[in-house]
Design a protein around this ligand. Structure first.
Ligand code: NAD
Length: 463
């Protein structure tokens, strides 16, 4: 049986873009993306396609082509489940903030709610696809719920983790390094795997589609994120040593990256990684290892997080120390708030933690980010519960012009690697600042010699 109707539960950073691409590449399949969040669905349906809730280069054009043809966004979850042959679960799986596993384990309550809803609504056989990143062996819990509370219908559970990176989601989805599909080795399991393979082969070549058992697929996603984050923490650990020894981390990164066994990607020293995935997925891996009594394995991976926290704190400390050990009442300009360029996602962004440390020292922070609003910045700071919302609102301003943001500031901190930052009139910015004018480049983005020539005291990471 060919799949003709897909439903995806969760219209977020993964559900929205992945389903938009499937719909674009498979015009014969009806794709409905559902979410409980009415505001988010309304934004996906906004007549002006530039107002869709997720900013990704190229995404609005994809949505413009497929939306209303075979791509639909809705809050009617039951109806979409009922009509679908295949249901993707793409809901959030944040770190659990209560009870057993607090601060480490993945909170699977949204996943379980989806499974229960599918069990309640489904009247015919369905393939359920885990798109969310899940702890290894989650599929057995989903299967249990579906088989015990269902209406006697048959479910096949597949794991199909998403490897897209925010900021390049559309590019990644058009040409993935690989598509991973895990399923049962039973006849029905193999059939279900093939049905999902048949969807991807509409635009992905067969040799890039990897099929495995469910547990390998689930664990591979956590492992991929752990390895990527580990590279960032590894180079960041060396950045501190470079600062002490006179070595330059960019030169070290280039020298080691040319070794084909190491490779050049993900070796940029920075203020630290952010985003919704790396931290939560490593913590989840650590928790799983601990729960099997594998303490050394857990400690090994936990160090990646410890290093990342250290790097963020170290960056804030360096600003305070350089500004003569006090930032109280001083204006510090932040360039960027998103966790990386080309996304409006701010979850776990390093900027939040650096701002938090500086606000605790009574700094005045002025932020410019091309895609992030004042409200989002306030929400991010309030979430930490370090100080009251009023105090956060008093301590942080957001100005639409970068030149206003930097004017009369003592220092600038670059927190996101937006390309436009490289194109500014840095002489004009320098002239408007208090002297000495400091520039802390948390992304090693700007041209050191050029900025030093203008007169900035330029501090990069790791040199
Ligand atoms: N963001 C990434 O770059 C990325 C990449 C790969 C994998 N992932 C994984 O994909 C999953 C989703 O991540 P995201 O960034 O898209 O999260 P997100 O928070 O942007 O989106 C999740 C959406 O699911 C909705 N939702 C939750 N429970 C629901 C329910 N019962 N019914 C209907 N809707 C419901 C929420 O309202 C939200 O809009 C996570 O497991 C994440 O780890 C994320």
């Amino acid at each position: 049986m060919k799949i003709t109707n897909i439903c995806c539960i969760g219209a977020g950073y993964v559900g929205g873009p992945t389903m938009a691409i499937i719909a674009l590449k498979c015009p014969h399949i009806k794709v409905t993306v559902v979410d409980l969040n009415e505001k988010r669905i309304a934004a996906w349906n906004d007549a002006d396609v530039n107002n869709i809730p997720i900013y990704e280069p190229g995404l609005s054009a994809v949505v413009a082509e497929a939306r209303g043809r075979n791509l639909f966004f809705s809050t009617d979850v039951d109806k979409a489940i009922d009509e679908a042959d295949m249901i993707f679960i793409s809901v959030n799986t944040p770190t659990k903030m209560y009870g057993v596993g607090k601060g480490m384990a993945a909170d699977l309550k949204y996943i379980e709610l989806c499974a229960r809803q599918i069990a309640r609504v489904a009247k015919d056989d369905k393939i359920v696809v885990e798109k969310s990143t899940l702890p290894v062996r989650t599929a057995s819990a989903i299967k249990d719920i579906l088989n015990h509370t269902g209406n006697g219908v048959q479910f096949q559970i597949l794991s199909n983790p998403e490897f897209l990176a925010e900021g390049t989601a559309v590019e990644d989805l058009f040409a993935p390094d690989r598509v991973l599909i895990g399923g049962d080795s039973t006849l029905e399991g193999k059939k279900a795997i093939q049905q999902l393979v048949d969807i991807y082969t509409n635009w992905v070549s067969k040799d890039r589609i990897l099929t495995t058992n469910v547990w390998s697929s689930e664990l591979s996603k956590l492992t991929a994120n752990a390895f990527l984050a580990q590279r960032v923490s590894s180079i960041n650990a060396l950045s501190e040593l470079c600062e002490k020894t006179g070595a330059d981390v960019n030169e070290v990164a280039k020298a080691i990256g040319m070794d084909s066994r190491i490779g050049s990607k993900f070796l940029k020293a920075s203020v630290g990684f952010g985003g919704s995935c790396f931290q939560k997925d490593i913590l989840n891996l650590v928790y799983i290892a601990k729960s099997y009594g594998l303490d050394e394995v857990a400690d090994y991976w936990e160090q990646v997080i410890i290093m990342n926290d250290h790097q963020k704190r170290r960056f804030a400390k360096n600003i305070i120390k350089t500004l003569y050990n006090t930032v109280s009442g001083k204006k510090i300009a932040f360039l960027g708030w998103a966790f990386k360029k080309d996304t409006n996602d701010t979850r776990e962004s390093a900027a939040i933690y650096v701002a938090n440390d500086l606000l605790s020292e009574q700094a005045n922070i002025s932020v410019y980010d091309p895609k992030v609003s004042f409200d989002q910045i306030q929400m991010d700071l309030n979430y930490l519960e370090t100080r009251s919302p009023e105090e956060n609102a008093n301590g942080v301003q957001v100005v639409a012009s970068v030149y206003e943001t930097c004017k009369n500031s003592h220092a600038i901190a670059v927190l996101t690697e937006w390309d436009e930052f490289k194109t500014y009139d840095w002489q004009k910015i320098y002239d408007s600042m208090l002297k000495p004018a400091f520039l802390f480049d948390g992304r090693n983005l700007l041209n050191k010699s050029e900025l030093e020539r203008i007169g900035f005291v330029y501090k990069a990471i790791g040199s």
